[in-house]
Design a protein around this ligand. Sequence first.
Ligand code: FUB
Length: 324
Amino acid sequence: MKKLHILLCAALAFSGLTASAQKADTVIHSNGNPIIRHQYTADPAALVYKGNVYLYTGHDEAPVKVNSYRMHNWLCFSSSDMVNWTEHPSPLNVKDFAWAKDDAWAGQVIERDGKFYWYVAVEHGTIHGKAIGVAVADRPEGPYKDARGSAIITNDMTTQTKISWDDIDPTVFIDNDGQAYLIWGNTVCYYAKLKKNMIELDGDIKTFTLPHYTEAPWIHKHKGWYYLSYAYEFPEKTAYAMSRKITGPWEYKGILNEIAGNSNTNHQAIIDFKRKSYFIYHNGAITPDAGSFHRSVCIDYLYYNPDGTIKRVVMTSEGVKPVK
Ligand code: FUB
């Protein structure tokens, strides 16, 4: 076995490619917001796992002056202090879903029984409209592969609106009783139970009614309350609702974040990590081509009031400090 490894390394060295060169992790020291400055990142989702935060983002790659989404893969970064980030090789590409056409839009990763499931929105190759796929990996940083070989949600499964992009922005949550839920949608906020295998629906698709709902639902729990935050109107602010149960009823609580600078989308993720709470979102702050199709992920603190409501987020240039 050892001999085989040496031979493999020698062959790679000869071809000019070492294993580490192919799979190099890069360390980024973020110096305020936006936290990543060498490429455009959008649609953040975050997972807290074993003392680290894993940040999953989309990747805006539209050429300069092109004002439309050009997104083909997803990115992954991890940190133990919210300031120093390791960039992992891109763990998922839209091409990993053989049935998908393009458009690596927003998603979220969750862990169950030692496996990591990444729900993402893409354009379906044969069924008109956006669809949701699920990829699986053995490690949070991947690599991920298509978990089903087909979409878990397609546009023809949801008929509440005629638009073809309503099946986007999946968020996923496992409740205390072990029941997993998939929540998603543009214009309509859909939800459905997932089977324990995490790759099949378990029952009907239902809807939540939320004022001025646009897209980007995110469910999190804090001190016994469930929170459903979402993009409100367009250009987007972030609003939120609270409930004692994940299935609602949801009580609308107001605006959480204002329109993010130079971006008509806001797309938030909310986590607790090492006794602090964080609001992760994107804006259009990095020159030369910043804007709604060249976005950048930012992180600021989130603060709760004693009654569980959330204080309005203050977006800052300084961002957050390293947490121990
Ligand atoms: O990145 C493409 C789309 O823009 C996302 O799906 C929305 O949430 C918005 O951020």
